[in-house]
Design a protein around this ligand. Structure first.
Ligand code: UD1
Length: 459
């Protein structure tokens, strides 16, 4: 059993991974970070103009899996996770960090991972890993709750904005933690354990809600999180924590109540389908004019996307857990969107939707309210022939007849996805550089799109 479990994250063999990448994955050794570096030089070449037709299996949600992996730190028993996007680089980076902390991490070809934090050896998240993946901040709450001590590097800003973590810190302080910011690290201790508290988020924070919810599971007494994030990933994490024995109510609303318990147990839990991947391929179908069946996903998580896509001219049908999408008319129509915390329009689909607007009849406006610098894809789309004007936190997109292939560069994960979408429909060939961003969040993009008729290759 043990040997079988180690296949994806520990051995040389993995049919679902490209050979070059597999050969350097080695969580047993020092090489996890190398598994990310080689693809940094890779490019994607996409010949546009081919309608996507076929089926795409939707992976487990990265943004749920990362948080739930951190929940393994809350118990000394094994946590088994199914539907895990085990080949994503963000997942591998977190697996490496957890291993550094003392967790045994194993993944199987059937997308199952087992994480066992029998003992916490090193409650430290070093800069080198945190700077690669901001989600690493999510070890802070669980480590503090179980171990009473944690040192986590401050994540710093990133391509889409400043991204502070002050709510995480203030919330943990409200729960009795003593926190010092020193040498670029958050140094936190909770002698005698965390205590239940009432904390109101000044602004809705997805990751902040998850960090404090995990910390509160082992605190003494009751914690109430107000103005909490309502994202489905928060609910998926709460479901997992409940399976582990946590007492949580109100997840999915803006007030979450957690009754602390003295210990948590191991469990088996399924990662929810990736709503952002689902939305990305729905937009791909609108753009290319093909018909796609997206397998094993859930439209309930994407209510804010349905109406703007239908207004633009996409037909959306559900068949069990599949979503079928195809374009209704010959051309798409421009429409406006504004990002907002869930259940509003997801900031993680803004770049992809904006790309669709570049080819719509008329104009559409995109307003970004979550991050201050999330239009980095716009200059690249303009190089492909798009007509976009940025005014403050809004982009006015005037539809053009066609986009033209060009050499472009991706700056962050969702911006990269938006360039892939543009390339799928542009005239000629587009070369997308720096595709390591895509490897962080989209599994097997070449295989999935290639199977649906896209002319796409990694070079
Ligand atoms: C955000 C998105 C999430 C998405 C993720 C990845 C929202 C509400 N959150 O989550 O859906 O999956 O990006 O792209 O749409 N903030 C602070 N202090 C903090 C924490 C946050 O000021 O301690 C601010 C942020 O700068 C931002 C806002 O609050 O303006 C929301 O941030 P947050 O939800 O925490 O970001 P992520 O968890 O990364």
């Amino acid at each position: 059993m043990q040997a079988e479990l180690g296949n994806i994250w520990n051995s040389e063999e993995s049919p679902s991974l490209e050979r070059k990448e597999v050969s350097v994955i080695d969580f047993a050794g020092q090489d996890a970070q190398k598994s990310i570096k080689p693809s940094g030089l890779d490019k994607l070449c996409i010949e546009g103009g081919h309608a996507l037709e076929g089926e795409i299996p939707i992976s487990g949600a990265k943004n749920a899996a990362l948080k739930i992996m951190c929940a393994s730190l809350l118990t000394d028993e094994p946590l088994t996770l199914t539907n895990m996007p085990v080949t994503l680089n963000d997942i591998k980076t977190l697996a490496h960090l957890l291993k550094h902390i003392g967790v045994s991490v194993m993944a199987r070809h059937d997308k199952t991972a087992v994480l066992h934090a029998h003992t916490i050896k090193e409650p430290v998240a070093p800069y080198d890993l945190v700077r690669k993946m901001r989600g690493s901040i999510l070890v802070l709450g669980p480590l503090l709750a179980r171990h009473g001590f944690a040192e986590v590097s401050l994540p710093g800003g990133c391509a889409i904005g400043a991204r502070p973590v002050d709510f995480h810190i203030k919330g943990l302080e409200a729960m009795g933690a003593q926190i010092l910011i020193e040498d670029g690290y958050i140094k936190a201790k909770a002698t005698g354990g965390l205590k239940g508290a009432v904390y109101t988020f000044p602004k809705v924070s997805h990751t902040g809600t998850e960090n404090l919810m995990m910390a509160a599971t082992l605190a003494k007494g009751t914690t109430v999180l107000k103005n909490a994030a309502r994202e489905p990933e928060v609910v998926n994490l709460a479901d997992c924590l409940r399976r582990m024995g946590a007492q949580i109510t109100g997840d999915g609303t803006d007030t979450i109540t957690i009754e602390g318990v003295s210990s948590l147990n191991g469990a088996t839990h399924a990662i929810m389908p990736d709503r952002i991947e689902t939305g990305t391929w729905m937009i791909a179908s609108a753009l290319t004019g093909g018909r796609l069946r997206l397998l094993n996903t859930n439209l309930d998580y994407l209510t804010a996307l349905i109406s703007p896509l239908e207004k633009a001219g996409l037909t959306i049908e559900t068949e069990g857990s599949d979503i079928v999408v195809y374009r209704t008319g010959d051309c798409l129509k421009g429409t406006d969107i504004m990002t907002d915390p869930y259940p509003g329009f997801p900031t993680d689909l803004q770049a992809q939707f904006l790309t669709m607007l570049t080819l719509c009849k008329g104009a559409g406006m995109v307003t970004e309210t979550i991050f201050e610098n999330r239009f980095m894809h716009v200059p690249e789309l303009c190089r492909m022939g798009a007509n976009i004007t940025i005014q403050g936190n809004s982009a006015i997109v005037r539809g053009v007849e066609k986009l033209k292939g060009a050499e472009v560069m991706a700056t962050d994960l969702r911006a990269s996805a938006s360039l892939v979408l543009a390339a799928l429909v542009a005239e000629g060939t587009t070369t997308i550089n720096r595709i390591y961003h895509l490897d962080r969040g989209y599994e097997d993009i070449v295989g999935k799109l290639g199977n649906c008729g896209a002319k796409i290759q990694r070079v």
